[in-house]
Design a protein. Structure first.
Length: 620
């Protein structure tokens, strides 16, 4: 019997050690972000992670343990040891693949692999591959091979075949049930009231340390289990009526008139949503110099909103935030849910109701992440995507580069019925950061590749505006330039919780702007969701359906913005910026000390917004 128990202990220990290796690989891969982290904190990653590892090992051991008890108790019942070996080797390979895939996901999304990543991969495999090709392939494959080899070697060293049959049958049944009870306790995380959850692995104000501590496979399994058809609000902080009341004070339509900056009442509208055009490449926002010379020229002659933030960190969320003024929804994406996204208001539908023709331009596949369904549901009468370009123009991994799409847009807008509302979603400034020509910033490092694609996107924008000025429709057109979301590049060290990662440009440009407002900068804190109310109020159209949108040109609109990611939220006003980790339940970023009362109120506002947004997502 002792030998049998030793086998079980060895098998459990093997998986604990494998997850130790997996976590070590993740920490070493992100070592450049942990330079200022103490050795004690690094050790704590492994100590706090051990609890969740034990829970995941409990899940893994369910099938082997059931088979072991049957072999042990039932005379004549046998299974070859290779069954356990095949089962374990399969999981070693699977977990090793998840580990290396996680590198790129964490770098880009600031979170570990989750249900949304699989949803993205299966619904848009081509785009998913394109997003991953900037990862260092050789290093990734080397780590994968070493991790698999290390796992197999550990298994062979620790797990030996053989189950002894002798012993009293009642004693064996009792011990078997006891062991299964212990395994259940391991899965649950112990006797405590709350079962195992991710917050049990959280211990630091540094998100990277917390993510490293969380067992990747445990988190992934539970995200899959809770991903679909859940009616529970995972961001619940207040009573529902209290959250609604707080949000209402932030987004209530103020009395009085706004500042009218347009000299015409029914201009054409061209909205250019620029892929990953973070404020960190915009000189006027304190970004690096020399990347956006064309944008800087436009800023000098346009109306620039210089305290605007994106709602989330992905394109699908950015498009909905700009066009429907509906904030990002944490772990979920409303664009993917047809039954929900059709209920949102949207600018193309509002303009179509007011006699505008509508069109949407994108060089990639419009079906990406269910976007085409969203576009058609909201009255885009013409959708141009990669299928409308010759093969010669489809040289990007995503489809057509920005240049050919701008050219096609210029030609077709000339023949489009006026007034028109047209949108262009750019794509070149996206992984793998490829270019149709020579890079402006030399080098193959990811930072310079990003700078070069941002520079290209900027140059295409400048060329488009210069050519548009030659068109008859130019003088009656308002151009709106905004990013779909920010980015950790080119800085490379911005965590998903850093508000600077979400700061983006928002520019109104064109002859339709009154001369006295050209070159003016608006300092009000806002969000890309505020475009809807700001624009519609300028034109005397109904902005009431856009309840999450503030008029940035109304003097009484509050300075306020909030953003979110899978496991947290950020909130900003004129005096302070805070980021809050919803799993660890702690403030992990604070722009300045601020006052206790002021910080508590601002955080309360952000929590209420997060709760109410997610509740609306559930109820749609």
């Amino acid at each position: 019997m002792f030998r049998n128990l030793t086998l079980l202990v060895r098998y459990f220990t093997f998986w604990i050690l494998f997850f130790f290796l997996e976590r070590l690989v993740f920490v070493l891969y992100n070592a450049d972000k942990l330079k200022s982290t103490s050795f004690i904190e690094i050790v704590q990653v492994f100590v706090y992670g051990l609890w969740m590892d034990a829970s995941m090992v409990g899940y893994i051991c369910v099938i082997p343990l059931l088979l072991f008890v049957q072999i042990w108790v039932i005379r004549g019942f046998r299974l070859p040891f290779r069954i356990l070996k095949i089962y374990s080797y399969f999981l070693i390979i699977l977990f090793s693949i998840i580990t290396v895939v996680n590198f790129n996901i964490y770098r880009e999304w600031g979170t570990k692999i989750n249900y949304r990543a699989f949803e993205f991969a299966f619904s848009s495999p081509t785009e998913a591959i394109a997003s991953s090709v900037s990862s260092p392939v050789f290093l990734t494959l080397l780590i994968l091979v070493l991790l698999i080899a290390g796992g197999v070697l550990l298994f062979r060293l620790l797990v030996k075949p053989g189950v002894e049959k002798q012993g009293n049958i009642f004693l064996k049944i009792s011990v078997g049930l006891f062991i299964m009870g212990l395994n259940f306790l391991a899965i649950r995380g112990g006797w405590q009231l709350a079962p195992m959850n991710e917050s049990m692995a959280y211990f630091s104000l540094n998100p990277l340390l917390n993510y490293a501590s969380v067992n990747t496979e445990w988190s992934l399994i539970h995200d899959f289990m809770n991903a679909r058809y859940s009616s529970k609000n995972v961001y619940s902080f207040f009573k529902p009526e209290e959250a609604k009341a707080i949000v209402k004070t932030l987004y209530n339509k103020p009395e009085g008139n706004n500042t009218q900056v347009l000299r015409v009442t029914n201009p054409n509208i061209v909205v250019i949503i620029m892929e990953s055009f973070t404020g960190n490449v915009v000189e006027s926002l304190g970004g690096e110099k020399g990347i956006d010379p064309e944008m800087e020229k436009l800023i000098a002659g346009g109306l620039f909103f210089n305290e605007v933030y994106s709602s989330g960190s992905r394109t699908d969320k950015g498009v909905v935030s700009v066009l429907s003024a509906f904030p990002a929804q944490g772990k979920r994406s409303i664009m993917k849910e047809n039954s929900k996204q059709v209920k949102l208001p949207a600018l193309p539908a509002s303009f179509a109701q007011n006699g505008y023709s509508t069109s949407f331009y994108y060089g990639g596949e419009s079906r990406f992440f269910n976007m085409k369904s969203y576009l058609l549901s909201h009255n885009y009468q013409k959708i141009i995507d990669r299928n409308d370009f010759p093969n010669l123009d489809l040289s990007s991994k995503w489809g057509a580069y920005d240049g050919p799409v701008y050219t096609k847009m210029l030609a077709e807008l000339t023949n489009q019925q006026a007034p028109f509302f047209s949108t262009f979603l750019t794509l070149t400034n996206h992984e793998p950061f490829d270019l149709p020509g020579r890079s402006h910033f030399p080098g193959d490092d990811t930072g310079n590749k990003f700078r070069s694609t941002a520079y290209y996107a900027d140059s295409c924008l400048g060329a488009f505006i210069r050519e548009a000025k030659k068109k008859s429709w130019y003088t009656n057109t308002l151009f709106i330039m905004v990013a779909d979301h920010g980015h950790h590049l080119p800085k490379g060290d911005l965590e998903i919780s850093d508000p600077q990662r979400y700061r983006i440009p928002l520019l109104f440009f064109g002859d339709v702007i009154k001369p006295e407002f050209r070159g003016v900068k608006i300092n009000k804190v806002g969000n890309q969701t505020d475009i809807a109310a700001t624009l519609l109020n300028q034109l005397g159209m109904d902005s009431n359906p856009y309840v999450w949108s503030k008029d940035l040109l109304h003097p009484k609109s509050p300075d306020f913005s909030f953003f979110n990611w899978d496991y947290g939220l950020g909130v900003i006003n004129a005096d302070q910026a805070l980021s809050y980790e919803t799993v660890g339940k702690s403030v992990i970023y604070k722009r300045n000390p601020g006052s206790k009362v002021g910080n508590e109120k601002l955080l309360r506002d952000g929590k209420a917004c997060m709760q109410e947004v997610y509740q609306e997502f559930i109820e749609y």
